[in-house]
Ligand binder design. Sequence first.
Ligand SMILES: NC(=O)c1ccc[n+]([C@@H]2O[C@H](COP(=O)([O-])OP(=O)(O)OC[C@H]3O[C@@H](n4cnc5c(N)ncnc54)[C@H](OP(=O)(O)O)[C@@H]3O)[C@@H](O)[C@H]2O)c1
Length: 343
Amino acid sequence: MAINRRQFIQASASSLAATSVVACGGNDDVEIDTSLPVGPYNAMSTAEEVTQGIDLTGKTALVTGCNSGIGYETMRVLALRGAHVFGTGRTLEKAQQACASVEGKTTPLALELSDFDSCVACARAFAAQSNSLDMLIPNAGIGSFTDFELINGIEKIFVVNYLGHVVLTMNLLPQVQAADRGRIVHVGSRMGYMSAPEEGIDFDNLRGEAEFDAFEAYGRSKLANALFSLKLSRMLDPTKTTSNVVHPGFVDSNIGRNADGIVGFFYNTVANILKKDVDEGAATQVYVATNPLLEGVSGAYFEDCNPVKINTANHVFDVALADRLWSETQAMLGNYIQVQMPS
Ligand SMILES: NC(=O)c1ccc[n+]([C@@H]2O[C@H](COP(=O)([O-])OP(=O)(O)OC[C@H]3O[C@@H](n4cnc5c(N)ncnc54)[C@H](OP(=O)(O)O)[C@@H]3O)[C@@H](O)[C@H]2O)c1
């Protein structure tokens, strides 16, 4: 895939920014939001560490993208702590293989996010086996090393990372609400404020109208994850169900391994020393899904296991943009989402 200079600089910049997070446990772009509960964990914490002493017996979780990277580790640790984890793969075979390889109670489900019928079917398959869902972690995703493609007329990264998960989440909402204190933990990225278009979501470019910039497209999709989390948190207020979004960190996984050209070289060599391992990469979402301290916390954004405020220009907490994205999303998804106002 051809890349331009801007993409290379962005890749380098985000990796360098990740360095400061990993090495120093902080960076200038964000600061811990002390108005929210803050635990003892940081960039070096692992998913096992953040769940030490937490018994998830009797709880259910659904993790998308369970066969690889951060999703696999998330499923593994939640199951290790006693949860019944439903893990999704793009095929049932992939999910079965992953589920069979971890200790604890797991159930494989098929989910292809670019196929909205598959998203609805996945939610129905879950509902056929469980009445309630304590932890929904829409984790699967494709990265910024993705070529331009339209799926049903809409840009592919936006479809896979955002729209497919909206269909899944909205169709699982009754089960999440049936849980005692259901938590939805969206997996976003710092790229949602580092490489999204200046206006946040460029609604006039969702169908490939302008020149394709894969880094911007990825940033847009991850910002959309964050805005959906924000919108859901407001729709769910004042119920006991919460919605938050996390950045896992710069993590060694398959998402960038297949990149080619100079970015691929950079990603697979120099950047290796900057990356978190998946046990650290899964920590933030596992922490937000399980920690008792966060009961009732909703609409927040987390990095390195802490709620953070972003000090640079961003749209992550932009309520007006979240409202607009939600109405455009409803128009795009039509009958795939039946919005029932939470009670
Ligand atoms: N790694 C990082 O540095 C980083 C940084 C920020 C955010 N994130 C986010 O973390 C999440 C997990 O990524 P990862 O790093 O663990 O990457 P990964 O190892 O590549 O895992 C991605 C998972 O998503 C699945 N997936 C891809 N396309 C799909 C589709 N169309 N339908 C259903 N599932 C699909 C993959 O399935 P297959 O294996 O079958 O393709 C895989 O299970 C993503 O949302 C990513 O954006 C990662």
